[in-house]
Write a protein that binds this ligand. Structure first.
Ligand code: G3P
Ligand code: CA
Length: 257
């Protein structure tokens, strides 16, 4: 109705800094997260994986090759070994010496300051990662409803269900790549049984998919915006939030419907 539409139009587009403000600082480092906070994003998005000694860390690729001066699989390193790597120089000399941050360090620094969209990255490689992440949140009493400022998502939907079992009061999201372009209403309903968000690749978003996602009772934060034009298109399609390397592209836009 008119009144709720007005309310929704006043609702702010949720601004999610992808791997931190990764257009401005090296992804998944404290520099990128600090930059996101400074830029007043609503959330940082982080990619969580597990070391050989069972510690949770933020890094996107399953190897350290692209974003550090080391080589090899994340899961073959202990935390101590991983933290000797330089995770900043590849992006710019001014970031030399940046370390791969731990999950616990991130949640301790940012809880209450900025939302944290936690992606369990390739959880199939890390048995127990869902429970490990849940324990870190529960120890800190961060497992209670918290205005949706902690969200857990994954491309691995079994992992999302497992995590929801450990953390029933935390909102969860289903990530969907290009292969989900023809997702059915029935599949959306199945996701909605355990997820609050359906977060697709921006290239499969249509206004119809946004409507069907809302009808299924979920919100949509598509990924990954890297131009103002991409952000503008998504605003027009009525998404609820935008996952972007550049938080500045999401400033000042109201939710459309
Ligand atoms: O938050 C969703 C987005 O980060 C998924 O893609 O590859 O950047 O982790 P990727
Ligand atoms: Ca991610």
């Amino acid at each position: 109705d008119g009144e709720s539409q007005t309310m929704q139009q006043q609702q702010k587009m949720v601004n999610i800094a992808h791997r931190g403000a990764s257009g401005h600082a090296p992804e998944n480092t404290m520099s990128a997260f600090e930059k996101a906070l400074e830029m007043k994003a609503d959330f940082i998005e982080i990619d969580v994986q597990m070391t050989r000694d069972g510690k949770l860390v933020a890094i996107h690729d399953t190897t350290v090759d692209r974003t550090t001066n080391g080589t090899g699989s994340v899961g073959d390193y202990t935390l101590e070994e991983l933290q000797q790597l330089d995770a900043g120089s590849w992006f710019g000399e001014e970031f030399a010496g940046e370390q791969i941050p731990t999950f616990e360090e991130i949640i301790d620094r940012y809880r209450g300051k900025i939302g944290i969209l936690i992606e369990l990255k390739s959880p199939g490689l890390y048995p127990g990662v869902e429970e490990n992440a849940a324990e870190a949140l529960i120890q800190r009493n961060m497992h209670q409803p918290n205005n949706g400022k902690i969200i857990i998502q994954s491309f691995n939907h079994e992992s999302v269900q497992l995590s929801k079992g450990f953390l029933p009061n935390i909102p969860h999201g289903v990530l969907a790549g290009l292969t989900w372009a023809d997702v059915t209403d029935e599949e959306l309903e199945q996701f909605a049984a355990y997820a609050d968000f359906f977060n697709p690749n921006m290239n499969i978003v249509t206004d119809e998919l946004v409507d069907r996602t809302h009808t299924a009772g979920m919100q949509m934060y598509p990924y990954t915006v890297r131009t103002q034009e991409q952000a503008d298109n998504l605003f027009e399609l009525g998404v609820d939030g935008i996952i972007t390397d550049f938080p500045e592209y999401v400033y000042g836009h109201p939710v459309k419907n």
